[in-house]
Design a binder for this molecule. Structure first.
Ligand code: SF4
Ligand code: SF4
Length: 431
């Protein structure tokens, strides 16, 4: 029977039935790591809950029971398990080491199914989505203030090939990141424009299963971007980047390659500018730092490729036509590291969990809003892990993980003194 990679939960009954309980979605790549070592875990939800219900393995059992009618969508067990998931994708890359099951699409489709049946999202998610609809931004701020981050020293073009999609957090809350990003482009001679009125990318809508509303946000933003004629969209928020590059094409059933413009994170653009000699690291910064691979720039950032076909029961259930899998290993991992290593005096040390095995920092999936104890657990764990490296600072390419990790610093109280967004560090060191 034909099926496609969309958000229809029944398309993932195969995943629910074929999970073999191997725990590849529970622990990282290191099969030699002591089981239950606090930094061996890769699923923050499961590590928080310490019971299979809170991880992908348990969820496959719950979904199988749902799809054969042994469980009802109203069951609190399944609702809470679904909405405590960060959508970080660590389970997905873990599972694809062996089986290529579409575990993240399954998790996400469960949220969509719960919303469609009237059992989600959580009340706080509904409140925020109304706020986005009413105001155009996550925080409910006055849209007229969206460009207040643009200070006199920053040059914004009326028309350019590059469009800077700033995002709600950098526009209203952490404006230093927007300013640093703009200054990097100014210093390198990259002219950029802004949307007349940018609206929220819809990150919370997608990650809490509000598919219809997210499709509306995707269509609106894509129209706004296309109307500018931009050839390149630059994001400094890793979540805006993933949404425009991956989730918009995914929900609108098209390929990233067909967007009609390229989507770059500031890490990718700056790395290219540095390698082309357009900016150079001038300032010496004597410190030891560790880099946090934000999921949205790392394992979740591979281009979306639609697929529709069937499993051939006569041929070992092979997929026909054959498809190219997104396994998370081709995310953006080296450009930020190269930029950091390029700064004289900085020593970059890796945490135990890095690249596609990175541990989540507690900011996604609407979990921080609905289940703050689970989000704080994940952020604390990541700061503890960063502290073990001996670093005094964490560098992240994501405004949201900068926030959650910064909030965790006083709770953990170890040697980590500061969390930088990558753009802030680069702006400080490069001319
Ligand atoms: S890695 Fe895949 S097969 Fe193994 S337990 Fe997790 S979901 Fe099941
Ligand atoms: S997406 Fe992340 S939080 Fe959710 S089940 Fe997978 S590893 Fe756990």
């Amino acid at each position: 029977m034909s099926f496609k990679l969309d958000h229809n939960l029944s398309n993932y009954h195969w995943e629910a039935r074929c999970c073999m309980g191997c725990a590849g979605c529970k622990y990282g790549d290191w099969i030699f790591a002591p089981a239950n070592h606090e930094f061996a875990w890769i699923c923050p939800e499961w590590q928080w809950g310490q019971f299979d219900n809170w991880g992908a393995t348990g969820r496959t059992r719950l979904i199988d029971a749902l799809l054969v009618g042994d469980l009802d969508y109203s069951d609190p067990l399944i609702i809470e398990a679904a909405f405590r998931c960060f959508g970080c994708g660590a389970c997905d890359v873990g599972c694809k080491r062996n089986l290529d099951l579409e575990i993240l699409m399954m998790n996400q489709s469960l949220k969509v199914a719960l919303v469609d049946h009237g059992y989600g999202p959580m009340p706080v998610h509904k409140m925020i989505s109304s706020r986005i609809a009413d105001t155009g931004n996550y925080y409910g701020c006055n849209q007229a203030d969206r460009k207040k981050w643009v200070t006199d020293d920053i040059k914004v073009a009326d028309k350019a090939d590059v469009l800077f999609f700033v995002g709600c957090m950098s526009s209203f809350k952490d404006q230093a990141v927007a300013q640093a990003t703009a200054r990097i482009m100014n210093k390198a001679g990259v002219d950029f424009m802004l949307l007349d009125e940018e609206v929220c990318c819809g990150n919370l809508l997608y990650s809490t299963g509000q598919l219809k509303k997210f499709k509306g946000a995707a269509r609106l933003n894509l129209k706004k971007i296309k109307d500018t004629g931009a050839k390149t969209v630059v994001c400094t928020c890793a979540d805006c980047y993933r949404n425009i590059k991956v989730e918009y094409p995914k929900v609108l059933e098209m390929a990233t390659a067909d967007l009609g413009f390229e989507v770059l994170h500031i890490a990718e653009l700056t790395d290219k500018l540095a390698k082309d000699g357009k900016i150079k690291a001038k300032k010496e910064m004597n410190m030891k730092v560790t880099y946090h691979d934000a999921c949205s720039l790392g394992r979740l950032s591979e281009p979306w490729i639609p697929w529709e076909g069937e499993r051939d029961a006569e041929d070992w259930s092979m997929l026909k036509p054959r498809r190219q899998f997104r396994r998370g290993t081709n995310g953006c991992y080296e450009p930020p590291r190269d930029l950091i290593r390029g700064i004289s005096g900085i020593e970059l040390v890796e945490m135990g969990r890095h690249h596609h095995n990175a541990y989540h920092a507690g900011e996604g999936g609407g979990v921080k809003e609905a289940f703050p104890e689970t989000a704080q657990f994940a952020a604390n764990m990541r700061v503890k892990e960063a502290g073990v490296t001996g670093a005094s600072a964490i560098v992240t390419p994501c405004v949201h993980s900068k926030e959650t990790l910064s909030e965790a610093l006083p709770r953990v109280n170890n040697n980590i003194q500061k969390v930088y967004h990558l753009a802030e560090l680069v702006d400080e060191a490069y001319e």
